[in-house]
Design a protein around this ligand. Sequence first.
Ligand code: NI
Length: 172
Amino acid sequence: MRPVPSLFKAGVRRLDPGTSPAIFQPNAFPGRKPGMPTVSVTRRVHFNAAHRLHNPAYPEDWNARVYGVCANPNYHGHNYELDLTVTGAVDPETGYVLDINVLKRLAEEKLLAHLDHRNLNLDVPHFREVIPTAENIAIYCWEILRAALPPALALRLRLWETPRNYVDFEGH
Ligand code: NI
């Protein structure tokens, strides 16, 4: 079981839903209005990339213990699948939350052009400083795509590193 959030431990009472901070409203996002039907649309995109998990602040034996074969110095590859989910109101003019081709094009231009067939550690400047775990790749992709989407739409993403392992991120 997950630990109780510290706000509750500290005795802070849950606020009225109309005034609660977003932390208490799992469906809250900037463009949401009460009673408005919202829909989530998802585009799945794909990229191949190589990486290595290694923290240069620690010795090799620490890295080998923490990351196992993922720390191998000559890198290894993954077939990443990235599910991009946008949530918002249905535009009465178009019937769309967002034209999914717009989402596809944004993903290609903003993400895949820099990630696909790359060595993440060497080719993507962000990952010279940040360890390219699935968690950190998901955050990186979210930050870039978030900045490119209309503020009224919520964004969450799911990054599949293997067919059995995925991470979810929906902002912070
Ligand atoms: Ni890996």
